[in-house]
Design a protein around this ligand. Structure first.
Ligand code: F3S
Length: 390
């Protein structure tokens, strides 16, 4: 891999240990994927922020990097942490809170924006055609497919290294020839809500693996529905992008179709709970947009959440602060708009949550393993009906 004189100096340690180790991570990765050089990035987004999934050893590495003067060179954002400080944080033991806060302190010391969201594109949209190093798979699919920026699906360490060096190796999704569609998916049933978009993603992810599909039949899909589709595609597959609004068809292109029954079976498979009354009604995976928060507020207006049911809506602090009176209306109903956290990597077991109802296919897929919880997978309106008193 070609390195400029300056990059070589960083590689040789002339700019300190933190820069050297990050450069070594990027060069190793580049060599593995036959990159020819490093290219500048507009931004980096790092996952692996939750103490629950990170544990102690990576936390120590972050501390060493921050103490060795590791500093980000580009705009760098963070995925969600393991609790919302104002609500869940208060219910958790002191040692968990302290460990999590220490991780955030190290990132802050290195210059990361405390965005704590898996939808960093709501804070600032990356420019079309810009190169990024993002590590949250749902955000990777969204930004490649909907926003037209270019990023590989980074791991936490490579996104961190890219943030500090300000560059990434030019392979994979950074090259136009690797962004060409190679399979045509004909969806032969109309999707009725965001949950069905998620189910389609779960179904297709298993079949497509790392292919790039053109998906036909998604008439008038909203960005929020496409967000659910992308998050789910990346849950069961290695899909990094999809096309949905082009008519291109090559004779040599592989073709598959999705029937109503495929979708029905997938929706059913995402519910594991025998009892219908969940402890937690959860919306916000990926984190809610302003439009979603406003829609929820409208639907819960004047109603009350059932006693004994937790009702969480997760988003970024940025979106919450711009939601006006929607947050008040949701909170008046007994729901909580929680910021900066991801339910999947939060301490739901510690809080006694055994059954979760959600409109997110990604959460429904992971919760039985990661949260040891039963799931009910349903569209937003049905989730809210469960949360609210009749
Ligand atoms: Fe975001 Fe967590 Fe879902 S990071 S995409 S809320 S699993």
């Amino acid at each position: 891999m070609y390195l400029t004189k300056e990059e070589e100096r960083i590689y040789d340690g002339e700019h300190g240990w933190a820069n050297q180790i990050c450069m070594k991570i990027l060069v190793r990765l580049g060599e593995l994927f036959h990159a020819t050089r490093l290219i500048p990035i507009e931004s980096a987004h790092v996952s692996g922020v939750s103490y629950k999934t990170l544990g102690d050893a990576p936390g120590k590495f972050l501390e060493t990097l921050a103490n060795a003067d590791g500093k980000v060179r580009v705009k760098a954002t963070l995925n969600p942490q393991s609790f919302d400080p104002e609500y869940l944080g208060r219910k958790l033991p002191e040692h968990i809170r302290e460990k999590q806060l220490n991780i955030l302190r190290q990132f802050e010391k290195m210059g990361f924006t405390q965005s704590l969201t898996c939808t960093p594109y709501y804070l600032e949209k990356p420019k079309t055609g810009s190169h990024l190093a993002w590590a949250e798979s749902s955000a990777v699919v969204y930004t490649n497919s909907i926003l037209g920026a270019w990023t590989n699906r980074e791991g936490g360490p490579s996104a961190l290294a890219a943030a500090i060096i300000g560059k990434t190796p030019n392979y994979g999704m950074h090259k136009a020839e690797n962004r060409q569609p190679n399979i045509l998916v004909n969806v032969k049933t109309s999707l009725k809500n965001e949950a069905e978009f998620g189910a389609l993603g779960i179904y297709l992810g298993k079949i497509l693996k790392d292919k790039i599909p053109i998906i036909w039949g998604l008439k008038n899909a909203s960005e929020d529905e496409l967000k659910q589709l992308g998050a789910a595609l990346a849950t069961t597959g290695m899909v990094n992008m999809f096309y949905h609004n082009i008519q291109l068809e090559r004779r040599t292109m592989e073709k598959i179709s999705v029937e109503a029954n495929d979708l029905k079976r997938t929706v059913e498979s995402l519910s594991t709970a025998a009892k219908s009354k969940p402890d937690l009604v959860f919306i916000g995976c990926p984190h809610c947009s302003l439009t979603e928060i406003r829609r929820i507020a409208k639907l819960v207006d004047g109603k009350k959440v059932d006693a004994g049911t937790e009702f969480w809506i997760c988003t970024s602090r940025y979106v919450k602060e711009r939601s006006g009176n929607s947050v008040e209306r949701i909170e008046k109903s007994g729901g909580y708009v929680l910021t900066g956290m991801c339910t999947i990597v939060s301490w739901t077991e510690t809080l006694g949550i055994k059954t979760i109802i959600t409109n997110s296919a990604k959460t429904a897929y992971y919760a039985p393993t990661l949260n040891k919880a039963e799931t009910v997978f349903a569209p937003l309106k049905q989730c809210l009906k469960t949360a609210l008193e009749e």
